[in-house]
Design a protein around this ligand. Structure first.
Ligand code: FO1
Length: 323
């Protein structure tokens, strides 16, 4: 079984490739929920929905979020009434948020609702939120502290990021599905999808107990670099990494994940960085990582899984003994 950690469009694309490549029962996808928020009183889980819609084959391929063939009558009517419209909820997408909000209000968990939605949309592989407890990504910027979607959508990532933090993370543990996957006897490897390392992956790693579980793992862990030739494939990863003083490069991704990594998949554009990355510890697979077609997703998934399975399991215990 492969455990994939994902968030955002890059994560959804590789998760889709993994879902097409791996037989049912051999993949569990765990998704960031730090981006969740409640516009108009509705519980929106953008990354869960992007992954779910992508695996169901109904995602809007042009923008990467929301549904294909969407209409915007609700937003137009809301705008006429002077309502807040900077976060665009399409007419059909709205059903997801209304129904999720209703079910959460009756006490159902985000995990249970996500499992039901994905089954109803015909997805065979399990998709779990990283946690059932609320975690909200916050960005301290030169324009002040901002909730994630204000920073990301309303202000289009224009403010300079000084710090990213996750409100509620201290009290949030992994969801039951995540917990189960981490401890599964048949777990083969953990794959960090080419998602924004700070905004999409760090909230997952920072959940109570997750980092230590990963450090004690008995299976290889690989990541696919979302940075290609010093630029993010999509989104603001390179800008944010640079503003936070991190090296926005494939080598910077290796530094960011540090000792957790047994392997890193980098794009051919970063072939020159492979030796320096391997000197840091992880093995490197160089391949085409930009996924423009469904075939690209499956090929990258196949190569990444084969690479992960080829790596020796990490030795147990801390990698660098403390003095
Ligand atoms: N992203 C935008 O740039 N503008 C939007 O109006 C917007 C609406 C939206 C609605 C539902 C949803 O599930 C996602 C939506 N996103 C929108 C995407 C989302 O804000 C981000 O891409 C993710 O949070 C980052 O992974």
């Amino acid at each position: 079984m492969i455990l994939a950690l994902a968030g955002g469009v890059g994560g959804a694309k590789l998760a889709d490739g993994l879902a097409r490549h791996l037989p049912v029962g051999s993949l569990t996808v765990v998704v960031n929920t730090g981006d969740d928020f409640t516009p108009l009183g509705l519980h929106v889980s953008p990354d869960l929905d992007t992954v779910t819609y992508t695996l169901a084959g109904i995602a809007n391929a042009e923008v990467g979020w929301g549904l294909a063939g969407e209409t915007w009558n609700f937003m137009d009517a809301l705008g006429l009434l002077g309502g807040t419209t900077w976060f665009r909820l399409g007419d059909r997408d709205l059903a997801t948020h209304v129904e999720r909000t209703r079910r959460l209000s009756t006490g159902e968990s985000l995990s249970a609702i996500t499992a039901d939605f994905r089954a109803r949309l015909g997805i065979a592989h399990p998709i779990h939120p990283m946690s059932d407890a609320p975690v909200r990504t916050m960005v301290d910027t030169d324009a002040g502290p901002l909730p994630f979607q204000d920073y990301f959508v309303r202000l289009r990532c224009r403010p300079i990021a000084r710090r990213v933090w996750f409100a509620g993370i201290e009290d949030a543990g992994p969801s039951p599905g995540f917990e189960q996957a981490l401890g599964a006897a048949d777990l083969d490897a953990i794959v960090i999808c080419p998602s924004n390392p700070i905004l999409s992956v760090l909230p997952i790693l920072d959940l109570a107990g997750v980092r230590s579980r990963l450090e004690d793992r008995r299976v290889p862990l690989i990541a696919i670099s979302p940075i290609v030739g010093g630029k993010a494939i999509k989104g603001p990863a390179a800008k944010i990494m640079a503003e936070l003083g991190l090296d926005a490069s494939a080598t910077g991704i290796a530094h960011f994940y540090g000792d957790l990594l047994d392997g890193l998949v980098v794009d051919r554009a970063d072939t020159g960085a492979a030796t320096a990355i391997e000197a840091l510890g992880p093995r490197v697979l160089v391949t085409d990582t930009v996924m423009t077609s469904p075939d690209d997703r499956v090929r990258l998934a196949r190569e990444s899984v084969a690479f992960a399975r080829s790596l020796a399991p990490p030795s147990l215990g801390p990698k660098s003994p403390t003095p």
